[in-house]
Design a binder for this molecule. Structure first.
Ligand code: DGI
Ligand code: FE
Ligand code: FE
Length: 194
């Protein structure tokens, strides 16, 4: 399947706001892949599909994972928003005909990160946070500058901010930190001092 066809199918499954975000992630990911010597087409494809399961119902996301022998953790069961990442990788393979394991992994871990990510995985993780449409943090411009010179430090800064954000929410009992987010932060935090 060609990427043009993938994008057509995607557009039928996302709302306009989410398509705009996706295009922002694609643009940012291509920009970073030029800097870090990653294949632009693969970065663009991973970015295109990273949120493809964003509007799948909780029930369907759990069913997709069960049917494909993908574990659903308790945290994910209680915060089903997290599941769009794993479900997205399943749809990328089954509907969008992507069999590139690194692209699928970049989709799986785009929300939480994971320890020891590949360059492509890191690019998708930071591009999702930093694309031009994002305004959720006052430090985004600072992170954008870092992303162009030190990707590991950028991953660490984003994970740090995410953990702080989730902790604040946690006191309101709204969101629990996924163990994978925590593990990612523990792995990358050494780069905060780079
Ligand atoms: O899908 P997007 O909105 O583009 O971005 P995303 O996939 O990074 O999802 C962002 C949401 O995920 C945001 O509301 C925070 C939430 N999130 C990220 N890490 C964790 C988390 N939620 C929980 N409960 N635990 C986490 O560790
Ligand atoms: Fe997402
Ligand atoms: Fe996203």
């Amino acid at each position: 399947m060609k990427d043009k066809k993938r994008f057509e199918i995607l557009c039928k499954n996302l709302k306009p706001k989410r398509i705009t975000h996706t295009e922002g992630v694609m643009e940012y990911a291509v920009m970073l892949s030029k800097i870090y010597g990653v294949d632009e087409k693969r970065a663009r494809r991973a970015a295109m599909l990273h949120d493809c399961a964003k509007y799948v119902s909780t029930e369907d996301k759990i069913k997709l994972c069960n049917d494909h022998n993908i574990e659903v953790t308790n945290i994910e069961r209680n915060n089903p928003e997290l599941l769009h990442a794993k479900a997205g990788a399943i749809l990328a393979k089954e509907i969008y005909e992507v069999d590139d394991e690194e692209i699928l992994s970049a989709i799986t871990y785009h929300t939480t990160g994971k320890p020891d990510m590949t360059m492509l995985e890191k690019i998708i993780f930071v591009s999702d946070y930093l694309e031009k449409g994002r305004t959720h943090s006052p430090r985004l411009d600072e992170y954008r500058e870092v992303s162009k010179v030190n990707l590991d430090k950028c991953v660490a800064l984003i994970l740090e901010e995410t953990c702080i954000y989730l902790k604040e929410r946690e006191n309101n009992q709204l969101k629990a930190i996924d163990p994978m987010t925590k593990m990612s932060y523990e792995y990358y935090k050494i780069h905060l001092n780079d």
